[in-house]
Design a protein around this ligand. Structure first.
Ligand code: GLY
Ligand code: MN
Length: 445
């Protein structure tokens, strides 16, 4: 049997190995993972389909409406796929489908059925499983079948000991293995990071007063697509002036101001894997000394995070390193009081209202607990996360020096924990103000 490598860069055997591991972890339970529906934008026009990350991680493939069922309780047909059937009239419009035969021959499913047989077959496939791992609330059609299966098991429980007895969240099984990336995944994340750097290098020379935020977005996303990305990994943020104080500003419909700064937060999605970089720089000129100091404090918070990120450290150590540098910086910048620790901490909460980063992978805010049984997660090689300190001074902040009001700085890199320490996957893009200005001016810093 030939198993086609569906996600470029990830060997087909990886998916079979992941499914085998999850089947083992399932014990006598079953897992149901939908690839996701196709969604109408309007009339008969669909949004571009992006398979669910769990489905992608387990199959390397994805067509709308497909559903994977792993049956830990069964002796045979342990890996079952429901797939859109081959229909020439439909394939004429939207392209060739894998089909039932392809699901077995190319993806290695033990059995496959057309999706329109799910109603009649899924309950039987789940019958006898102790629990069903399924994300209730995501797919109403699937929910109905699972709930009905639980109901009929309960109805016969007193006579035959009916199962399944309950529903559990698939993240309990899938999040941990997804948190530590394998070599193939790391190669794709590296490509996403490199392509994101390339996008910034293409976009920064376009930064100028009066240029539309959307034009910077176009330069970024055009580079991503030209480089082979699926597109942006999340809504690109190009925030001129005080727009930078809106953390997820994605309107990108204003023109860059003459005297302000611009914050750019973007990432390429390569074979499902995300890059995620943020930089901030003056739109024109070199920024005032106070503004540059603000930028330096945020960059030094990034440096502090990289200095502690290594195997054995915890994700809280990284968070603390960022917060300590930012908190001290608030005093240096005249944004908080040296004498009043409570006021200082309150100011930090107001001016840095998010965490110092997030796991990165198939989801831009990737899966994985930050605390395990109440204790901060210990970092191990293969974990990838962003470091993204920021300080956002609202335009009406009367405690702030006037030239800092309405300036938002966030600086973000993608970091891999290695055996020795950590590697900054996005180090090829300068972060310091002068390096960024050099790129804006067409240099090659
Ligand atoms: N870069 C977007 C985010 O982390 O939310
Ligand atoms: Mn991020």
């Amino acid at each position: 049997m030939r198993i086609v490598d569906r996600t470029p860069g990830i060997a087909a055997g990886r998916f079979a190995a992941r499914r085998a591991r999850i089947l083992e972890d399932l014990g006598p339970s079953a897992l149901v993972v939908p690839a996701g529906p196709s969604r109408l934008k309007n009339g008969d026009t669909e949004y571009r389909f992006r398979p669910d990350s769990e489905f992608l991680w387990l199959t390397g493939w994805g067509e709308p409406e497909a559903v994977l069922v792993l049956r830990g309780h069964a002796a045979e047909d342990r890996c079952v796929l429901f797939v859109p059937p081959r229909v020439p009239e439909a394939e004429l419009w939207t392209g060739m489908r894998l089909g039932v035969d392809g699901a077995c021959a190319e993806l290695g499913a033990d059995a496959a059925f057309p999706v329109d047989e799910m109603d009649s077959r899924l309950a039987d496939l789940l019958d006898g499983a102790e629990h069903v791992y399924v994300r209730l609330g995501r797919e109403p059609a699937l929910d109905r079948i699972v709930v009905a299966t639980l109901g009929s098991a309960r109805a016969r429980a007193s006579r035959t000991g009916g199962r399944p007895v309950g529903v559990l969240d698939p993240g309990l099984l899938l999040d941990e293995p997804r948190l530590v990336k394998d070599e193939d995944e790391l190669a794709l994340i590296r490509t996403a990071a490199a392509l994101t750097v390339e996008g910034f290098r293409a976009a920064l020379p376009r930064v100028a007063a009066g240029v539309g935020e959307w034009e910077i977005q176009a330069a970024l996303e055009g580079t991503f697509l030209a480089g082979g990305a699926w597109g942006p990994a999340f809504g690109t943020i190009v925030a001129g002036g005080a727009h930078a104080c809106t953390l997820h500003y994605t309107r990108n419909d204003a023109r860059l101001p003459q005297d302000g700064w611009v914050l750019i937060d973007a990432g390429a999605e390569v074979a499902g894997y995300a890059g995620d970089i943020t930089r901030a720089l003056p739109v024109t000129g070199r920024g005032t000394p106070a503004q540059r100091d603000l930028h330096d404090v945020v960059r030094e918070a990034r440096d502090a995070a990289l200095a502690v990120a290594r195997p054995g450290a915890t994700i809280d150590d990284v968070e603390r390193a960022v917060r300590d540098r930012l908190e001290a910086g608030l005093v240096e910048l005249g944004l908080a009081s040296r004498a009043d620790a409570e006021q200082r901490r309150a100011r930090l909460g107001r001016l840095f209202p998010h965490k110092s980063g997030h796991w990165l992978g198939l989801d831009v805010h990737d899966v994985g607990l930050y605390r395990v049984h109440g204790a901060a997660r210990t970092l191990t090689p293969g974990m990838v996360f962003t470091v993204e300190p920021g300080l956002y001074v609202p335009g009406d902040d009367e405690q702030a020096p006037p030239e800092l009001r309405g300036v938002g700085i966030r600086l973000e890199d993608d970091v891999l924990i290695t055996a020795e320490g950590c590697e900054n996957l996005t180090a090829a893009l300068p972060m310091d103000v002068d390096g960024l200005i050099a790129l804006r001016e067409g240099g090659t810093a």
